[in-house]
Each structure stands twice: as structure tokens, then as C-alpha cells.
Design a protein around this ligand. Structure first.
Ligand code: FMN
Length: 371
């Protein structure tokens, strides 16, 4: 084990053998959505303990985020635990925080199956799930039962029903239903799989939405000060992107999540499923989302923390996001290919990256290489 100048230990010893290589061929031979359902089932059944990769996190990874002290800056992105079935189990795997959802006011089946596709040659995923979820009443009831027993930060990601006549009203309902149940709220206006939803990223629509949501939040009995974040798409025009950042700053939003999946398809894609409709995530999204993150950091000038998400497959990727301006990062697709052991590897590599560049904390590295 190597000790760096910042006191960091480079190697986090695995507590348990990594069983994922044994399970992976079985999961990969299955339909992607079924494999995900089994993963959630295994976590629900308490099997996550078998995959826990590390003991105590290296102190250099400790991060202050939205008023909370996190053991590390690595979170699970929205979409993994849509119905808040396993937030406690996810945190026990060693993630620094987790985000449940997207949750819409009414339950929703989502798009017809198949709607989740692996691009194994690219380490990519295409999904057009369409906000399949149990609805805010059922999920809020579940969180009411589980949240008191969960040690750690749980964000709640809120969306609109596909057939809603007033998308903005759905976000209002979401805030009200999750009053007292979220450590932060995310307003997801960037899913490509609900027609018209991304129009809320236009400047006038966003300004009106934020006015309404901030007023709603102020009236909540328990969450009147709960941080409110907005999650944006990586496909915005430069003009729309600038306008969103300006509105976020003007409305004193508590953070931006950069980014959701992309509708673009890089020429480099090899996977047979590359022409499927939906949002692309995983390795092919890394460069695009990190560029957008760096531009967001430049445009917001440190007015709010940023969450970097999109294509993280290694600790170096996580570090690149942090250097581009992310205070914390999230991932989902990497878990499909590497399983939970990816988390331990990311933490180790991130510790090494920080030490190599002489940073004594994650916070010190934030934005150190933004454009
Ligand atoms: C199957 C799947 C479902 C997703 N569902 C949601 C969702 O409900 N809400 C959301 O905000 N993002 C959702 N996302 C996007 C992720 O949160 C994340 O922004 C994106 O996948 C990029 O990160 P990654 O490359 O690490 O996967 C989903 C992604 C995938 C792959």
C-alpha cells in the first residue's frame, strides 16, 4: 500500500471477493431490462453485502455537498433505482450518495419493451424507458418507511407524466409529495423519452417553471430549504445552454446536473443496437458530457455546485469530471459492464489522481482544468 503526500492510501483492500465476473456472463446473456430487474432484486434481498468493495473510504475523498458530508463524491445516477426500492442498499455498497427516480405523479408503464439496449463493443447503453415508475404516491410511501433507517444522502428526481396536460404542474406535485423525504430534489427536464419535455429547457419556459417551483418549495412544511437541482441534456445548442445557466444563476438554483443521455450517435459506435431510438449513455457520452460540464462551470462561475455524469468508466474519468468543474459525480452505465467492483476501482484511481497532482481534497481539484 502506498501513502501519498496528502496522506492518502492508494489501495482500498477488498473486504469480499468480487463475485461479479461470475455473475456477469449470466446477466449479459439476458435481456438488459430483465438483468437490471434481477440486480435490483438481489440488492433488495440484501446480497449487496457480497459485493461491497471497500471498507472505510480514504479521507481525501471526503466531500461536502449541499450541506452534507459525504464519504466520497461518487453517486448512483437516476434511472438505476427508479422506484426507491434500494437506496439504503446502494449506499451500503459504498456510494457517497444516491438519487432515486425519475418519479412522475401518476404511475406509468413507460414505452413498449424492448426499450433498453446494450452496446457492448462501445461500453454504451441506449434506453427509451419513458419514465416507467410506480408513481409518486407509492414511492413516497416507500421512502417514508425506509428513509429514517438510511444513513446517507438520497436525492429524489422528479418528472412529468407523458399524457400530462401541464408538465409544470407535475413537478409541483412531485415537490409536494416528497416533502420531507429528499436530501435534494432534481427537476428532470432533459429526458429524451417524453415528447415535449425538453422544451422546458427553453429560456422562457424554464424561467416560468423555476418561478413556480421555488414558490412551491418555499411553501413546503419540511422541505422549504431542500436544495433544488436541474438536470440538463448534453444536446443543447450553445444559445440554449447559456440561457439555462443564466436562469439557474438568476433563480439561485442549488445545482445543475450535467448531463442526461444524448440523442446523438458518434460515428465511432460499433454495437449492433446503435440505431435504436432513445438516449445514449456510457463511454460514448463521456467526452460530450464533460465538455458541456466544463462550459457549464465557466458559465456559472462557481455560483452553484455541479454534478458530473455521463460515461464514467474509471477513476480517471471521475477525476476528469471533477477537474472540469464537478463537485461530485454520478454513474449508471459503467455498472452494467463492470458491476459494483467498479466503485472500489474508481475510488482507488481517484485517490491516486488527486495525489499525483498534489490535491489534498476533492474540493481543491474542482474546476482545476475547466476550459
Ligand atoms: C436505463 C437508464 C435509465 C435512465 N433513467 C433516467 C431517469 O429516469 N431519470 C434521469 O434523470 N436520468 C435517467 N437516466 C440517465 C442517467 O441518470 C445518466 O444521466 C446517464 O445515463 C449518463 O450517465 P452514465 O453514462 O454513467 O450512464 C437513465 C439512464 C439509463 C441508462
Amino acid at each position: 500500500m502506498r501513502r501519498f503526500d496528502n496522506g492518502a492510501l492508494a489501495v482500498t483492500m477488498p473486504l469480499m471477493p468480487n463475485l461479479y465476473p461470475l455473475v456477469k456472463p449470466i446477466l449479459m446473456s439476458m435481456d438488459a431490462e430483465r438483468a437490471h430487474g434481477l440486480t435490483i432484486g438481489a440488492l433488495k434481498a440484501g446480497l449487496g453485502g457480497l459485493a461491497k468493495a471497500s471498507g472505510t473510504d480514504d479521507p481525501v475523498l471526503r466531500t461536502h455537498f449541499l450541506g452534507h458530508d459525504l464519504p466520497n463524491p461518487i453517486g448512483v445516477a437516476a434511472g438505476f433505482d427508479k422506484n426507491a426500492d434500494v437506496p439504503g442498499a446502494v449506499l451500503k455498497l459504498g456510494f457517497g450518495f444516491t438519487e432515486v427516480g425519475t418519479i412522475t405523479p401518476r404511475p406509468q408503464l413507460g414505452n413498449p419493451k424492448p426499450r433498453l439496449f446494450r452496446l457492448a463493443e462501445d461500453d454504451g447503453v441506449i434506453n427509451r424507458m419513458g419514465f416507467n415508475n410506480a408513481g409518486s404516491e407509492a414511492v413516497a410511501a416507500r421512502l417514508t418507511r425506509s428513509k429514517p433507517g438510511i444513513a446517507g444522502m438520497v436525492g429524489v428526481n422528479i418528472g412529468a407524466n407523458k399524457d400530462s396536460e401541464d408538465f409544470a404542474a407535475d413537478y409541483v406535485t412531485g415537490l409536494q409529495r416528497f416533502d420531507g423525504l429528499a436530501n435534494y430534489f432534481v427537476i428532470n427536464i432533459s429526458s429524451p423519452n417524453t415528447p415535449g419535455l425538453r422544451d422546458l429547457q427553453g429560456q422562457a419556459a424554464l424561467a416560468a417553471l423555476l418561478d413556480r417551483l421555488l414558490e412551491t418549495r418555499a411553501g413546503l412544511a419540511r422541505s422549504s430549504r431542500t436544495p433544488l437541482l436541474v438536470k440538463i441534456a448534453p444536446d443543447l445548442s450553445a444559445e440554449d445552454h447559456e440561457a439555462i445557466c443564466a436562469e439557474a444563476v438568476a433563480h439561485k438554483i442549488d445545482g445543475l446536473i450535467v448531463s442526461n443521455t444524448t440523442l446523438s450517435r458518434p460515428d465511432s459506435l460499433k454495437g449492433v443496437n446503435k440505431a435504436e431510438a432513445g438516449g445514449l449513455s456510457g463511454r460514448p457520452l463521456m467526452a460530450l458530457s464533460t465538455e458541456m460540464l466544463a462550459r457549464t462551470y465557466a458559465l456559472t462561475q462557481g455560483a452553484m455546485p455541479l454534478v458530473g455524469v455521463g460515461g464514467i468508466m474509471s477513476g480517471r474519468d471521475a477525476y476528469a469530471k471533477i477537474c472540469a468543474g464537478a463537485s461530485v459525480v454520478q454513474l449508471y452505465s459503467g455498472l452494467v459492464y463492470e458491476g459494483p467492483a467498479l466503485l472500489g476501482r474508481i475510488k482507488n484511481e481517484l485517490t491516486v489522481c488527486l495525489a499525483e497532482d498534489g490535491f489534498k481534497s476533492v474540493a481543491a481539484a474542482v474546476g482545476s482544468r475547466a476550459n
